[in-house]
Design a protein around this ligand. Structure first.
Ligand SMILES: NC(=O)C1=CN([C@@H]2O[C@H](COP(=O)(O)OP(=O)(O)OC[C@H]3O[C@@H](n4cnc5c(N)ncnc54)[C@H](O)[C@@H]3O)[C@@H](O)[C@H]2O)C=CC1
Ligand SMILES: O=C(O)CCC(=O)C(=O)O
Length: 457
């Protein structure tokens, strides 16, 4: 089946629906990728109405097909000398705006659909930062849980032994995502250097500060999320001060979102991991969470051993039944469904902003938007991490380091600009206040114009 391109004569909706029907046929077994695409397609009718040239250039069909998908075997030896085999991926989705850029996820759920949805989202997110970075994502179905440090190192070395041939400071620059932090990036970088015999610092970001890494990268996604919400609140003359906040997850994004929200005077009362959630009515003691997660790699359940007034509940979904002013989902995709969204609404939530990638499903997003909840979509609200990665690339190529304050100031400026850009696009294209539509359109137009500028390929 091929799309009929009839230029200005085709209605925007007919074109968009046609491309989506083809996408469903071609990717029938990739629900996460189709969900991410549908969310963007639903925003685009006014763009194609105003820009019939995008139909002539068949921009949408070009944008939903990744430049390439690399899949490879990762063979490594565990601590019992058993040979283990995992599957590795790198989806290089688009380099229209800059070199491919995006994290690596090590999690047993990783498959091609999840890699493609993340890489596709990354194209739009990276464009919104205003920095020259294209979109990619990679990872493996390797499960880091319960693995020794030596096993993690051997896995990372095996992973890089194949990945190295596909990346480069001007080609594709991976970083961390779930299950991949500074330790894993260190092992990956070490192996890259050994193979290439070159200290090409800009080939990976999220490195340890002092060894090529930028200050603030560790904190950047969580801090950036809170800076974005500050902008949303500013528009209604509000601040974080004395707000009750619920944050899901207790990993990199969640911990630093909690830290910054607390800095700004909020009371964060709950967080979670994949087993369950804790509720601390007096406000979470973040030092305990850091000790449990960053030092001991233990379950969040153990928090209640330190804080007698806190409670632990099995099951991660229940966290959304805790009344709050601001909800920050920072764990994983599809963690908020329609029912959870309605519960949040009934309990008086005012703002929902996404630290994780695609944490709200389409039904949940509609519940928020239709009921006037201020909603910050992931590709805008969590772009602070990748933006700071781009700042790390800039420092690496300039061969110097900025101070914590310098990077933090740039991050705040970037998050503010993303907010303004998304808000203005929403207004211009007829959906004032809708940051889903605004962020999708602002990014789409930039990539679409790039595709036209750079010619058909
Ligand atoms: N690390 C980064 O810079 C960025 C991460 N993200 C997204 O943020 C999310 C979290 O990533 P990180 O914090 O980096 O990962 P991480 O590996 O540091 O932490 C993930 C946390 O989520 C918990 N978790 C997993 N599934 C869960 C569930 N169903 N319910 C509750 N908790 C659950 C885990 O126990 C862990 O505490 C992911 O969606 C990731 O793609 C987005 C932008 C940048
Ligand atoms: O810093 C990066 O390159 C990647 C961050 C990331 O994976 C994300 O934004 O989802």
């Amino acid at each position: 089946m091929t799309t009929q391109i009839t230029g200005n004569k085709a209605s925007a909706e007919t074109y968009i629906n046609g491309v989506f029907e083809q996408l469903k046929v071609k990717n029938a077994h990739q629900p996460e990728f189709l969900q991410a695409a549908e969310e963007i397609f639903l925003s685009l009718t006014p763009v194609f109405e105003q820009h019939p040239e995008y139909i002539q250039h068949n921009i949408l069909s070009r944008m939903v097909e990744p430049d390439r998908i690399i899949s490879f075997r990762v063979t490594w030896q565990d601590d019992y000398n058993q040979v283990q085999v995992n599957r590795g991926y790198r989806v290089q989705f688009s380099n229209v705006v800059g070199p491919y850029k995006g994290g690596l996820r090590f999690h047993p759920s990783v498959n091609e659909s999840i890699m493609k949805f993340l890489a596709f989202e990354q194209v739009f997110k990276n464009t919104l930062t205003g920095l020259p970075i294209g979109g990619a994502k990679g990872g493996s179905d390797f499960n880091p849980k319960g693995k020794s440090n030596s096993e993690i190192m051997r896995f990372c070395q095996a992973f890089m032994t194949e990945l190295y041939r596909h990346i480069g400071a001007d080609v594709d620059v991976p970083a961390g995502d779930m299950g991949v932090g500074a330790r894993e990036i260190g092992y990956l970088f070490g192996q890259y250097k050994r193979i290439r015999n070159a200290h090409e610092a800009g080939v990976l970001t999220g490195k340890t500060p002092g060894y090529g890494g930028s200050l603030v990268r560790k904190e950047a996604t969580g801090y950036g999320l809170v800076y974005f919400v500050e902008e949303m609140l500013r528009d209604i003359n509000e601040t974080f001060l004395n707000k009750t906040v619920v944050v899901s997850g207790s990993g990199n994004v969640a911990i630093y979102a909690i830290e910054k929200a607390q800095d700004l005077g909020a009371k964060v009362v709950a967080c979670s991991d994949s087993n369950g959630y804790i509720f601390d009515p007096e406000g979470i003691d973040l030092n305990i969470v850091k000790e449990i997660k960053e030092v001991k790699s233990d379950r969040i359940q153990t928090y209640v051993d330190y804080r007698p007034n806190a409670t632990y509940t099995e099951g991660f979904q229940g966290i959304w039944s805790i009344p709050c002013d601001i909800a920050l989902p920072c764990a994983t995709q599809n963690e908020i469904d329609g029912d959870s969204a309605r519960t949040l609404l009934a309990n008086g939530v005012k703002v929902v902003a996404e630290g994780a990638n695609m944490p709200s499903n389409l039904e949940a997003i509609n519940v928020f938007l239709e009921n006037g909840i201020l909603f910050g979509p992931a590709k805008a609200a969590n772009a602070g991490g990748v933006a700071t990665s781009a700042l790390e690339m800039a420092q690496n190529s300039g061969r110097y380091y900025w101070t914590f304050e310098e990077v933090d100031e740039k991050l705040q400026e970037i998050m503010k600009n993303i907010y303004v850009k998304s808000k203005e696009a929403a207004f211009k294209y007829g959906s004032p206040g809708n940051l889903v539509v605004g962020s999708n359109i602002a990014a789409f137009v930039k990539v679409a114009d790039g595709l036209i500028t750079e010619g058909v390929y």
